[in-house]
Design a protein around this ligand. Structure first.
Ligand code: GLN
Length: 493
């Protein structure tokens, strides 16, 4: 069975094609595998392509369609290479995990597979999800399908590039300080970081455990709701998992924001935010106002401390989480013949990249006796102040709208020697993880041919409000329908 892949671009359209019997999951899967292999030399989105496993999952669905009720059954997607999938390599973009295969599935992976989903492969990321461009991967640098000389964002850059290039209908990312939302913005996708605790972290390799969440990267809001319906559930294997059942997010795909109050916090539009980005986001806010929402400018004075607070808390948690890579339990071990302490040291010196080493050192320092009160404890106190700013905002606002990132996608190499500039690209997303609330990036315009994303924020477990506002915006605009031109340079129509 052959078909025109270009006529289907979202997961829900793929699902409709499957249900109508027009096309099999195997045909979808083969077509996507072919496309992603053709693109991969330029795109570098994948660390592992799982042809056999994907085709086997597709065949399982094709042979017994009635056994799978989920709209994502038979629909191929991809997962970030920090989520455990039995039998597949799980590198986290690090040499220290090269060759390691997890003996169990992440809870989200089980949810996808049990629903009849097809996993095409594992996508590239900044090493241990530390970065904003995917340039910190130990293996390859992923390109942005909108301009191959630019980064796709990070750390879930491989997932974003794969979906934006039409090589996967959906993808999972993880977000500790913006790693789903910023790549979504850079690649013109919808990306959702759920409320902390809404999606299980079991089987997600930990970076900073009090901030990490898994979520979808998709081409439109409906697809994000479909993926969230699979991901959001209580999981007894994750002690921070929220016990209440999740709603059906597709019920929030309602084209109506009348009566909603949108807060616009001025601190998110400050220095460093490109004019085109600010004006695209403001145009989106005005559109929602025309559709019946009320708009209110507000102030959140503690947002300016979010970046320094994050860069104490995240490295502190990382230094503790990454202590387990010792050359004994996982992956790489040095070949040097030495005693066991020297073996630990040498293994870690060989296995970790520069960014990860720097963060482990900063985190260890911040947690060490004598400095703990001055750094870690202080950062936690300021985190509480920041959280209170959000609580106060949501007393009078149903949702907040900000830019997702201050700029559009930057050039590969442009910021890798300037860590401060690199970290500034997360200035709008990091406060959200510190507060534990949900954040969604939605395409809202273009600047010089590059996508711009706006960020919608809601109170804890307020994902439904985000879906409703995002869907309403999408119904009146066509930014989500734009597709990058993937022809190699110089090739004409
Ligand atoms: N860019 C941020 C960092 O480097 C956030 C990364 C993430 O969300 N995983 O820590």
């Amino acid at each position: 069975m052959s078909f025109d892949l270009d006529s289907i671009s979202t997961a829900w359209q793929a699902s409709e094609a499957l249900c109508s019997g027009k096309v099999s999951s195997e045909a979808h899967t083969r077509a996507l595998l072919e496309r992603l292999r053709a693109l991969e030399p330029r795109l570098n989105a994948f660390l592992a392509i799982l042809d056999d496993e994907a085709l086997a999952a597709a065949a399982r669905y094709d042979e017994n369609r009635s056994a799978f009720a989920s709209p994502l059954a038979g629909v191929p997607g991809a997962i970030k290479d920090n989520m455990c999938l039995i039998g597949a390599p799980n590198t986290c973009g690090s040499k220290i995990l090269a060759g390691w295969k997890p003996p169990y599935n992440a809870t989200v992976v089980n949810a996808i597979l049990d629903a009849g989903g097809v996993i095409l492969g594992k996508t590239n990321l900044d090493e241990f999800a530390m970065g904003s461009s995917t340039e910190n991967s130990a293996f390859k640098v992923t390109s942005n399908p909108w301009d191959f000389s630019r980064v796709p964002g990070g750390s879930s850059g491989g997932s974003a590039a794969a979906v934006a290039a039409g090589a996967a209908f959906w993808a999972l990312g993880s977000d500790t300080g913006g790693s789903i939302r910023q790549p979504a913005a850079f690649c013109g996708l919808v990306g959702l970081k759920p409320t902390y605790g809404r999606v299980s972290r079991y089987g997600l390799v930990a970076y900073a455990s009090s901030l990490d969440q898994i979520g979808p990267l998709t081409r439109d809001v409906r697809d994000a709701a479909l993926v969230m319906n699979l991901l959001a559930a209580h999981d007894p294997l994750d002690s921070t998992s929220w016990p209440e059942p999740a709603p059906d997010y597709t019920k929030s795909l309602v084209n109506d924001v009348s009566g909603m109050t949108i807060g616009v916090p001025k601190e998110f539009f400050g220095q460093g935010v490109e004019e085109d980005v600010a004006s695209a986001v403001w145009a989106a806010i005005r559109l929602l106002e025309q559709k019946g929402a009320r708009v209110k400018e507000i102030s959140m004075p503690n947002v300016e401390y979010a970046l320094p607070v994050y860069y104490i808390i995240a490295p502190a948690e990382a230094s503790s989480n990454l202590a387990r890579y010792d050359g004994v339990r996982y992956g790489h071990r040095t070949e040097m013949q030495c005693d066991h302490v020297a073996m630990f040291e040498q293994t870690r010196a060989e296995g970790f990249g520069a960014e990860v080493k720097q963060r482990i050192m900063i985190g260890t320092y911040a947690l060490s006796a004598g400095y703990y009160d001055a750094y870690y404890l202080k950062a936690q106190q300021v985190r509480t102040l920041l959280r209170r700013d959000f609580d106060a905002a949501f007393e009078t606002c149903d949702l907040l709208i900000t830019p997702t990132a201050p700029t559009t996608a930057f050039r590969i190499g442009e910021r890798s020697s300037d860590p401060f500039q690199m970290k500034l690209s997360d200035v709008c997303t990091i406060p959200v993880n510190l507060a534990g609330i949900p954040g969604m990036s939605v395409p809202c315009g273009f600047s010089n041919g590059l996508p711009v994303g706006m960020q919608l924020l809601g109170p804890a477990f307020g994902e439904e409000t985000l879906f409703r506002a995002a869907y309403t915006f999408e119904q009146s605009t066509d930014y989500h329908l734009a597709r990058p031109d993937l022809r190699p340079c110089g090739e004409s129509h």
